[in-house]
Design a binder for this molecule. Structure first.
Ligand code: ZN
Length: 183
């Protein structure tokens, strides 16, 4: 099955996710389809809201060559990709933040700098239904924070600076209009 991506202006993106009560075949199939869709669209993360669903679930796949810090060393060599995060939660973070450019499959061709915690602890339920803990830094930490925002109905446009939002206002308006016409 081919899932289509909800773009900015689609009310599905503002819904808050509903916790997954049981990890069954339906949830696993959705995760599988979301991974396929994300890979097809060349994204590194995708939340259920972005395909019009409300399950509290997101998928992430950071390519090895993007998992490199400023020091040239792998940020998260022990994290196996792709990640399927069911009912994920950030459990802690270090004080340091990093500003980096973010894109989003729901905002094609729009990029903006966003400040995120550099390093986080997180927990989630895996596809077997077991609760797991994890630790991520750099792009992985950024991707998790971005996807968890989606699960709360928070979007890239809410995280960018006011100046950037004004600069992009024409593009954003056109995108929202296109989205509404296609609904
Ligand atoms: Zn996004």
């Amino acid at each position: 099955m081919n899932l289509s991506i909800c773009t900015y202006g689609n009310p599905a993106l503002r819904k808050k996710a509903v916790a997954v009560k049981e990890v069954d075949d339906g949830v696993r199939a959705l995760a599988e389809e979301m991974l396929e869709t994300m890979h097809r669209e060349r994204g590194v993360g995708l939340a259920a809201e972005q395909v019009g669903r409300t399950e509290c679930l997101c998928v992430i796949d950071i390519p090895v060559d993007s998992d490199i810090g400023d020091d040239g060393i792998r940020d998260n060599p022990d994290v196996e990709m792709p990640l399927v995060l069911i009912n994920p939660k950030i459990t802690g973070h270090t004080d340091d933040v990093q500003v980096g450019e973010e894109g989003c499959l729901s905002f094609p061709e729009i990029f903006a700098n966003v400040e995120r915690w550099y390093e986080i602890g997180f927990e989630y339920t895996d596809c077997a239904g077991d609760r797991q803990t994890g630790h991520g830094k750099g792009l992985l930490a950024r991707a998790i924070q971005h996807e968890l925002d989606h699960l709360d109905g928070i979007l890239l446009v809410d995280r960018m600076s006011h100046v950037k939002k004004v600069a992009l206002s024409g593009k954003l308006k056109r995108l929202a209009k296109q989205t509404k016409l296609a609904l």
